[in-house]
Design a protein around this ligand. Sequence first.
Ligand SMILES: *[C@@H]1O[C@H](CO)[C@@H](O)[C@H](O)[C@H]1NC(C)=O
Ligand SMILES: *[C@@H]1O[C@H](CO)[C@@H](O)[C@H](O)[C@H]1NC(C)=O
Length: 163
Amino acid sequence: MMSLLFAIALGCVFITSQIVAKESELVSYSGFQTVIDNQNTNTNKNTSDTKAAYNLDWTSYHRLSNIYAFLTYLNTTYPRLVQLINIGSSYEKRPLYVIRISSSPSPGTRPAIWIDGGFHAREWISPAVATYIIQQLVEVPANAKLLSNVDWYIMPVVNPDGL
Ligand SMILES: *[C@@H]1O[C@H](CO)[C@@H](O)[C@H](O)[C@H]1NC(C)=O
Ligand SMILES: *[C@@H]1O[C@H](CO)[C@@H](O)[C@H](O)[C@H]1NC(C)=O
């Protein structure tokens, strides 16, 4: 619960940071690049040593295929809680997915919360925040009350082309 609230807070900070990104790009772009280069060393990390049923963790920067495999796994494993919705294709013809998380017998009839990530190519942390929130909502029973009054619609990678 605390870690989920932290993730949401981090997401809010991140959204705020997008607004100021243009200015910070001017002053410290080279500093950011070093950080990004260091993060990218983990891109191909084989995470099969984790006990999870999916090849995704929150200590690495993952490929789109890993993120989509995670969403597909949740869709298959938690059919009563999760619906994976294909909302079309990107400019480069990659599928676009929204995951709906709802404990309601008639989803779509309650207020909804929308979260998205991965709008811009360089913003590596935002798909991680969105997929972490998904994992916390779906797989952590202690967070069930966050599903009691609302449906969640989360799109972790809005721009899979990275353009
Ligand atoms: C990851 O490692 C496991 C076991 O060492 C192996 O079976 C699997 O093929 C590896 N996956 C990738 C993507 O390299
Ligand atoms: C999600 O799972 C259902 C079956 O439970 C399946 O019919 C549907 O095609 C899956 N959605 C996606 C986008 O894979």
